[in-house]
Design a protein around this ligand. Structure first.
Ligand code: DAH
Length: 342
């Protein structure tokens, strides 16, 4: 009997040491230590033994069970540690790999122009004003010296909302609003960037909605020289320090005299090319000395105060600056277009 037990111990330990995994190990536990196992079988027969034999067989059985059970426990711990080590090895993270960068957006080229111009004018002491996009006819036209029926209203095809209100056709109504708010007292130095609307058919150079930047300066001895100096600053900031400008006589109802402003072509530097259509000059904005009627209608004494105003098309500036050929690019939001301005 004792022989049999020793033999079982050797068999069990050999099997345990060769077991491949936890599941098989558990099977061995049942096989050797379970109720129907061989050791249990030996113990069942103990009742038929004489007391001496029963005692030693009982002791050895318990020892063998303890040895096998201890061995199974040790093996189990080893197998579990192996499994964890394997899992850790499989899940290794290489912390030196570069991360995946989130896609970072770009400033829209139009917004960039507006920010640049705002920065320039704020540095020159201007404040930035806003006005409503749905505007009264009164501000959009009448207070700008364009009474009802004035032929110059045809220069700007309008989206009327009612008889008296419309989508503003330019940012110039903010001039009237600013003058009224100042209650006849200067000085004033403002710019106003914003959306404007015209009933144009959209094509490469026309958009029914576009962006202007209005400027208005009012004081007691403002001259056309101040206007020219300011515009030269603006042009050199936008197009380069070696640009020149020229003022051409023009007509706007709200300025007298009125000018259109050209800049030397930055492609050919004035010698003439396809961009400037061979003239060496590119028209970029309208401006002039504020018409006395405009001052008076909004409560300013035109004997005491004068000033200048200008209106810039922001898309036009951006198109010239970046060589953009179609104004619709600003509004169709094709990321391939926008991402070029990183
Ligand atoms: N409001 C004009 C337009 O949209 C542009 C303009 C011209 C604005 C002359 C001005 C100005 O302030 O003095 O065509």
């Amino acid at each position: 009997m004792l022989e049999r037990l020793k033999q079982l111990e050797v068999e069990a330990l050999t099997e345990v040491s060769n077991v491949p995994g936890l599941k098989e190990l558990n099977d061995l536990r049942i096989k050797y230590l379970g109720k129907k196992g061989p050791i249990q079988e030996v113990m069942k027969n103990m009742k038929d033994m004489d007391p001496e034999e029963r005692k030693s067989v009982g002791q050895i059985s318990n020892q063998v069970k303890a040895v096998i059970s201890q061995e199974i426990e040790t093996k189990k711990e080893a197998l579990e540690a192996e499994a964890i080590a394997l899992q850790l090895a499989n899940e290794t993270i290489d912390v030196t790999l570069p991360g995946r960068m989130p896609a970072i957006g770009t400033i829209h080229p139009l917004q960039a122009i507006l920010s640049e111009l705002e920065e320039l004018f704020i540095a020159m002491g201007y404040t930035v004003e806003e006005g409503p996009e749905v505007e009264w006819d009164h501000y959009n036209f009448e207070l700008l010296n364009l009474p009802k029926g004035h032929p110059a209203r045809d220069m700007q095809d309008s989206f009327y909302i009612t008889e008296e209100s419309l989508l503003r056709t330019h940012t110039s109504p903010v001039q009237a609003r600013t003058l009224l708010a100042a209650k006849g007292k200067g000085p004033i130095k403002i710019i106003c960037p914003g959306k404007v609307y015209r009933r144009d058919d959209d094509d490469a150079t026309h958009s029914h909605q576009f962006t202007q930047i209005e400027g208005l300066v009012i004081g007691e001895d403002i001259t056309m020289a101040d206007l020219k100096g300011t515009l030269l600053e603006l042009v050199r900031k936008m197009f380069g320090a070696d640009r020149e400008i020229r003022l051409r006589p023009s007509f706007f109802p709200f300025t007298e005299p009125s000018v259109e402003v050209d800049v030397t072509c930055s492609k050919c530097n004035g010698s003439g090319c396809s961009i400037c259509k061979g003239t060496g000059w590119i028209e970029i904005l309208g401006a002039g000395m504020v018409h006395p009627n405009v001052l008076e209608m909004s409560g300013f004494d035109s004997k005491k105060y004068q000033g200048f105003a200008f209106g810039i098309g922001a898309e036009r500036i951006a198109m010239l600056k970046h060589g953009i050929e179609d104004i619709r690019n600003f509004y169709t939001n094709d990321l391939r277009f926008i991402a070029q301005f990183k």
